[in-house]
Design a protein around this ligand. Structure first.
Ligand SMILES: NC(=O)c1ccc[n+]([C@@H]2O[C@H](COP(=O)([O-])OP(=O)(O)OC[C@H]3O[C@@H](n4cnc5c(N)ncnc54)[C@H](OP(=O)(O)O)[C@@H]3O)[C@@H](O)[C@H]2O)c1
Length: 251
């Protein structure tokens, strides 16, 4: 079976690692990016140089019009979409007393509503009810959803809690239509989202001390778990939340 994967936020971090490793496993890969066109094109070139098929597609995953366009373009370039990884995401650090409604609306627009609309577009194409051949979807949540996040991250954690609830409900809805949907909950991982803070040795030591495995994760460790959830090796698993977090963390 031809495997065609869309990765939102695929130009950096966990999404980029997933794109590279998916191509190595024979997926055709559509790499969505918002601002990182050079990074996205570099990954496409890397994949093509190894004989794979990939395309870089711009799109703001907080925009319904961009999402609809991105799915149509991916399909036109690579064929029917069989797999989706929703990795696009942003974080904010703000105490509740300082919440700003526009900032909250934006983080929910990207992390939750955009992800849900990507799932809608994927379901329309994958569902055996509407002529599709089924498929698999992984939503990138966070271990923050389980504990409310570290200090200042309650809004971010709330978006990821919404991702987990949605994943469960969506998975049940489409389970008999050939679509599996799972979420992965990474712990602190070195990526563009976290590297600036992790460069502070005191911050990093505090984080590592709070994790049972006493280290932060790497993008490839999350990517491998995502690829397992996408693969036939997890064929009886849907509606699951897989923690990839070194054992979680203690606040
Ligand atoms: N790193 C961690 O410790 C960690 C832990 C748990 C969960 N996660 C989750 O893992 C996912 C990937 O994060 P990462 O760690 O790989 O960090 P990252 O490198 O910052 O990746 C996030 C990607 O999402 C893209 N993005 C943000 N807003 C977007 C939008 N509106 N439309 C399209 N793309 C957008 C970013 O591109 P632009 O910069 O161009 O916007 C970026 O390429 C996120 O959902 C994050 O919440 C990360």
């Amino acid at each position: 079976m031809t495997k065609t994967l869309i990765i939102t936020g695929g130009a950096s971090g966990i999404g980029a690692e997933t794109a590279r490793r998916a191509a190595e496993r024979g997926y055709k890969v559509a790499i969505n990016y918002r601002s990182r066109s050079a990074q996205a094109e570099a990954i496409v070139a890397e994949i093509k140089a190894k004989g794979g098929q990939a395309v870089a597609l711009p799109g703001n995953m907080a925009s319904e019009a961009d999402i609809v366009k991105m799915f149509a373009e991916a399909e036109q370039a690579l064929g029917p979409i069989t797999h989706l990884v929703n990795s696009a995401g942003i974080s904010v650090r703000t105490r509740v007393a300082e919440y700003d409604a526009a900032v909250l609306a934006n983080i929910f627009a990207v992390n939750v509503i955009g992800l849900m609309l990507c799932c809608r577009e994927a379901a329309k194409r994958m569902s055996t009810k509407t002529g599709g051949k089924g498929g698999a979807i992984v939503n990138v949540s966070s271990i923050a959803s389980t504990l409310g996040g570290r200090s200042g991250s309650s809004a971010y954690a709330a978006t990821k809690g919404a991702v987990d609830s949605f994943t469960k409900g969506f998975a049940t809805e489409v389970a008999a239509e050939g679509i599996r949907v799972n979420s992965i909950r990474p712990g602190m991982v070195m990526s563009e989202m976290t590297e600036r803070r992790l460069q502070d040795p005191a911050f990093r030591a505090g984080i590592e001390a709070s994790i049972p495995m006493r280290r932060v994760g790497e993008g490839r460790e999350i990517a491998d778990a995502i690829l397992w959830l996408l693969s036939g090796e997890s064929s009886f698993i849907t509606g699951a939340m897989l923690d990839a977090a070194g054992g979680g963390y203690r606040i």
